[in-house]
Ligand binder design. Structure first.
Ligand code: SF4
Length: 478
């Protein structure tokens, strides 16, 4: 499933269809303004930060005010039909703006742009440029052409492009946590997934450009980085000289060695590629977070084979046990799809029983949405009625909520090291932050002058299925 619909920094709060807006920039130094909305997974948010950097280099400053933008960009998701419907609805809202100001340009980026290509221009008249995930360097030239009335499309996928030399402009950032993309594309061909078609083949980014970006972030006061990729465990970079190769475990270690005060997270892992080497590296460094997002998708081996997930139920459980063996307290989350083609009640019960066995801390749960051009669309019939899909999804959500709550209850009375990210959503009298298991913790501010980016210790006194609540342990900071 897409990277962390996933999940870590501020962007995590963004659910499907909820956009993240840019932080306004000091417009005076730019002669034009752009407005960008990002949808979908963390990879898209990270890409929007690359786009912002490219536009800054070409005289565009970010604005959060749609009405003053010269260029409106929407970075789209195509993982589910609903995500695409959200984009189309948003485009209709831009129509009024464009009717009022003819010179406004509208551009569509991301996976939906890549999937539809020039068809987007036919289907959505107001769109001036369509740019795929590997073609963002061409945006300035396409904008110049569009300003002279020439609509533009660039959806060429690349086997090399990683934007390694572009310093992302942090959008909507809390100044504490940041995404760092380490690779692009995906070589797995899960039958339900559009990503290999919209993001192309896997390629790993230069390890030293990743380390430099993390060092730069640490220098700017960030205290947590999430290393991003559709399948980070297959990260494998070779220096041009051929004299050095860096695996994912080695990259994790190099980033962790920047400073013990820099927390390191990563997402997403494909179960088949996560190695003991990675698990032992997590155990070796306190600042590599004890949390793994390990999508399972289904608990039925028959369905996993139709999904082309390359592992069986038994194999996944063995991997889960191995993680528990090496990292006993590891926070674990997953993705589940209900109602995949030909799924029977028995298959569904297999998913419920696997979730009962694994008791995930968190799950991203969906019902199957057939995607055009995927293996599943070409080979199978989407034959599970939507009412059944929704009923099964509701049962999966119930099971998840129950076990998540039971898991949180076990944390009451414990004390955790928390990285303050900012005010809690509910009250600015409370701080919010996460422990290294990726659990959100909310606690009252005290007279001690803490700030976002500080590590503090919190004793847990109560919980919900999604949040732990507690009190600061006086005098305990890092
Ligand atoms: S093809 Fe599979 S591994 Fe790759 S992004 Fe899609 S779901 Fe994830």
């Amino acid at each position: 499933m897409s990277v962390l619909d996933l999940a870590t920094a501020t962007h995590n709060e963004a659910r499907q269809g909820e956009a993240i807006m840019p932080l306004a920039q000091d417009i005076k130094q730019y002669h034009k303004r752009f407005y960008i909305e990002s949808y979908g997974c963390a990879m898209n948010f990270a890409d929007s930060e690359v786009v912002a950097s490219i536009l800054n280099e070409n005289g565009f400053g970010a604005t959060t005010d749609l009405t003053e933008a010269d260029l409106i960009l929407i970075n789209t998701c195509s993982i589910r039909d609903k995500a695409e419907q959200t984009v189309r609805k948003r485009l209709t809202e831009f129509k009024r703006l464009k009717a009022a100001r003819k010179d406004i340009l509208v551009g569509v980026l991301g996976c939906m742009a890549e999937r539809l290509k020039s068809k987007f221009l036919e289907e959505e008249q107001l769109v001036d440029l369509v740019v795929g995930p590997d073609a963002y360097r061409s945006i300035p030239a396409l904008v110049t052409e569009a300003e002279s009335g020439q609509k533009g499309v660039d959806v060429l996928l690349s086997r090399e492009e990683t934007y390694a030399d572009i310093a992302p402009v942090r959008l909507g950032s809390n100044g504490v946590t940041a995404f760092v993309s380490i690779m692009r594309g995906c070589n797995n061909m899960c039958s339900f997934c559009v990503v290999p078609f919209t993001r192309g083949r896997e390629r790993s980014r230069d390890a030293y450009s990743i380390i430099a970006e993390c060092q730069d972030l640490f220098g700017k006061g960030y205290r947590e980085v999430t290393l991003l990729g559709q399948n980070v465990d297959s990260y494998y970079w070779t220096a041009e000289t051929g004299t050095e190769t860096v695996t994912f475990a080695m990259l994790l270690e190099k980033v962790a060695l920047i400073s013990p005060l820099l927390r390191v997270r990563f997402s997403t892992s494909h179960p088949k590629d996560i190695t003991d080497e990675v698990l032992f590296t997590i155990r070796k460094y306190d600042n590599i977070c004890n949390y793994i997002h390990l999508p399972v998708q289904s608990g039925s081996t028959r369905i996993l084979q139709l999904m082309n997930r390359t592992y069986t139920r038994e194999w996944y459980i063995a991997k889960f046990n191995r993680i528990r063996e090496i990292l006993p307290d590891c926070g674990l989350s997953t993705d589940v799809i209900c109602g995949f083609c030909t799924e029977t009640e028995e298959d569904h019960q297999q998913t419920l029983s696997l979730m009962t066995y694994c008791r995930f801390n968190l799950s991203y749960m969906y019902f199957y949405s057939e995607r055009p051009g995927t293996l599943a669309e070409r080979r199978y019939t989407d034959d599970v009625p939507e009412t059944v899909k929704k009923r099964r999804l509701a049962e999966v959500v119930d099971v998840q909520r129950r076990f998540a709550y039971e898991g949180m209850l076990l944390d009451v009375g414990k004390t955790f090291k928390v990285l303050i990210e900012g005010n809690s959503k509910k009250s600015d009298q409370d701080w919010a932050g996460r422990n290294d298991q990726n659990k959100m913790i909310v606690f009252p501010k005290t007279t001690v002058d803490h700030k976002p980016g500080d590590y503090v210790w919190v004793n847990i006194s109560s919980c919900t299925s999604a949040t732990l609540m507690g009190e600061l342990v006086p005098g305990e900071t890092d």
